[in-house]
Design a protein around this ligand. Structure first.
Ligand SMILES: *Cc1c(COP(=O)(O)O)cnc(C)c1O
Length: 397
């Protein structure tokens, strides 16, 4: 089908819940993609932080094909090897105790919130179900995770939202203490706020919140849906923050492109979920779990070191361009955000970049780069050349 044919079909039969860019992607290899007209693009998106190993990785294909040839699905009422192995790999590399799988980030966060509320209920009874989250956060699109999201623009249309959330300012411990009360059971936060604009939290603030959680027996819930699985240069971002979370959620990059997510808990929270208290039909599907095992084995210490190096390289290169329409670059590892200046919106700048062969994302008011972790130096340089060539024509303020 041509682009025009696909677009016409989509316009007629698909709900218009996305503002799509004018490209139909057909296939990819590494960090390079091709559209249906055969046009090439360098990918600084990984989907949205999902295709951690890029496109058409051979080992990933084999792991998935081998599992589909054996068992594509079985209910969670039975044991499977990929499920147990994926959980083992996550726990042994993070010091967490056990894991449970879901299909998406929002679902993983729902599980994390349910776990916190049950932990508190088991110990203290009713009336302690409030979760503190941060302004500018993003935790998902279900009714409850929208309520958890600390951005007013997400609290529209879909009333009534789930109760039991209060919002504090990031990097401001006083603000956390101000909203705290006897009804709190947990604090939930991203360590680098992704959708909010790629805003890394201060280490001191995060450690202070961790201390406060310990003191009050609140659970420390870390949403690593975007920061997890190597994105920031360690397997999980919390490993760079000197904290020991009670529960960590993950999704996006974990299975390299198949739907997968979940939570892992520490020893204290090992037995909060008991048979029948939480579940999912698809979560932990053996094919996705086999893909996750392959992704986790591939993201070894050597690859993590490269993530740090490549992230620093891209960051320095963008700073050096000193383009009038770009401001500060921030982030961690290969999760980078760039402020923008001038009359063009981030969406307009992203569209111009895509027109010229570089896929990138927006976050908050700025641009966001989440390249596949395996992107080559050559692909990075091609992408940076497109960035420089495209954005140098736009004026600043
Ligand atoms: C993307 C994202 C989510 C939601 O994940 P879905 O898979 O889209 O449900 C939740 N939290 C964070 C930090 C995210 O980046």
């Amino acid at each position: 089908m041509t682009f025009e044919e696909i677009k016409a079909l989509d316009e007629q039969y698909v709900m218009h819940s996305y503002g799509r860019f004018q490209v139909a992607i057909d296939h990819g290899k590494g960090a390079t993609l091709w559209d249906v007209n055969g046009r090439e693009y360098i990918d600084f998106t990984s989907g949205i932080g999902v295709c951690s190993l890029g496109y058409a990785d051979e080992g990933w294909q084999k792991a998935i094909a081998a599992q589909t040839a054996k068992l594509g699905h079985i209910s969670n009422l039975f044991y499977t090897e990929p499920y147990a192995k994926a959980a083992q790999k996550l726990c042994t590399r993070t010091g967490m105790s056990n894991a449970m799988f879901a299909n998406s980030g929002a679902e993983a966060n729902e599980a994390m919130i349910k776990l916190a509320r049950k932990y508190s209920y088991d110990k203290y009874g009713k009336g302690r179900g409030t979760v503190i989250t941060l302004h500018n956060s993003f935790h998902g699109r279900t009714i409850t995770t929208l309520a958890a999201t600390g951005q007013d623009k997400f609290h529209d249309y879909f009333f009534p939202f789930t109760e039991g959330f209060r919002y504090a300012d990031a990097n401001n411990l006083d603000s956390v203490e101000e909203v705290a009360g006897h009804d709190v059971c947990a604090v939930m936060m991203e360590l680098v706020q992704g959708e909010g604009g790629v805003l890394p939290l201060d280490e001191k603030f995060v450690q202070d919140v961790a201390d406060l959680c310990k003191k009050r027996d609140w659970l420390l819930l870390i949403d690593e849906v975007q920061t997890g699985v190597g994105r920031t240069g360690t397997l999980f971002a919390f490993q760079q923050y000197g904290i020991e979370p009670d529960v960590v959620s993950f999704a996006k990059g974990i299975a390299g492109g198949l739907p997968f997510g979940g939570v892992m808990a520490n020893e204290k929270c090992r037995n909060v979920f008991t048979p029948g208290t939480h579940g999912t039909t698809f979560g932990g599907n053996p094919v996705s779990a086999a893909a996750a095992c392959y992704v986790l084995d591939t993201i070894d210490e050597d690859l993590l070191k490269q993530v740090k190096e490549k992230g620093a390289y891209i960051r320095a290169a963008v700073e050096e361009m000193d383009l009038p329409c770009l401001g500060q670059v921030r982030g961690l590892g290969m999760m980078l955000g760039v402020e923008i200046k001038g009359e063009k919106t981030n969406r307009e700048l992203a569209a111009a970049l895509i027109d010229n062969g570089l896929l990138c994302l927006t976050a908050g008011p700025g641009l966001r780069f989440l390249p596949p972790l395996v992107i080559t130096r050559e692909e990075i340089d091609k992408g940076l050349a497109i960035l420089r060539g495209t954005l140098s024509q736009f004026k600043g303020v």
